[in-house]
Design a protein around this ligand. Structure first.
Ligand code: ZN
Length: 247
């Protein structure tokens, strides 16, 4: 979880991008505070934002002495951030980028899904659902990953390319991955008969959804890997991403 840099609200440090995020989070929870109005998300602290933080603490968190402040990693922040569905286009680029920082292998399943291209995401959800229905425990290991992480994998010979479908981005560097790595959380990449069964089921579910599976590759079997497009499209996706990033 990527949080705020410092405190927001009454006697908080109130850095603009932190306030921006908290205002957005409060608006997402507005229905839990009957009679309260949504805040203008401008990143500027004021009596309305402080009042709403206080309300949230007393109504939702049932705090006896609400202090009107959200601390990084504190109870109020954790509660506000719960189930938060990010809509990147609504956030300022700065806040968005902070959200997408860090080790993407450690993101929640939800966040990994968010890092996928929207059309691809729908298909991946169908794949995950199909596998669950068959009794597997599918886990997304990687959705999107940064070019820096990609280079590390390349150097460790765990990937054959310096730019992969996992690295695709939208304008401003927002993740837009066209690839996903899915494992069964019980077996991961272990050398067991069950693991092989899972790979086979993954390959089938992927192809049922018109996706491409790394287990079909001849030179380098990438069992967990599923992608939206054939490898021949990698060049044009790379170009698109490069152009989007510089916009
Ligand atoms: Zn992959």
């Amino acid at each position: 979880m990527k949080g705020i840099l410092s405190s927001v609200g009454k006697s908080g440090k109130n850095i603009r991008e932190d306030v921006h995020l908290i205002q957005d989070l409060l608006n997402h929870k507005i229905k839990r505070m009957p009679g309260e109005k949504r805040l203008i998300v401008d990143g500027l602290i004021g009596p309305k934002t402080i009042k709403l933080i206080t309300k949230y603490q007393s109504i939702v968190l049932k705090m006896k002495k609400p202090d009107g402040r959200v601390d990084s990693g504190g109870k109020t922040f954790k509660s506000l951030y719960e189930n938060y569905k990010v809509t990147p286009h609504k956030l300022t680029p700065k806040v968005t980028m902070k959200y997408w920082e860090g080790d993407s292998a450690r993101w929640s399943q939800d966040k990994k899904l968010q890092s996928l291209n929207a059309q691809f995401r729908t298909k991946v959800k169908a794949v995950v659902k199909a596998l669950k229905n068959e009794g597997f425990k599918p886990k997304i290991f990687y959705g999107w990953r940064s070019v820096a992480v990609q280079l590390e994998l390349y150097n460790k010979k765990r990937s054959k390319v310096k730019f992969s479908f996992h690295n695709a981005t939208l304008k401003g560097g927002i993740p837009n991955s066209y690839a996903v790595d899915i494992i069964d959380s019980r077996y991961a990449w272990s050398d067991k008969p069950e693991t092989k069964k899972f790979w086979e089921a993954l390959g089938k579910a992927a192809k049922d959804n018109n996706l491409y599976w790394g287990g079909d590759w001849t030179s380098f079997k990438d069992w967990a890997h599923v992608q939206m497009h054939p490898n021949s499209k990698l060049k044009s996706i790379k170009l698109e991403s490069k152009q989007a990033e510089s916009m």
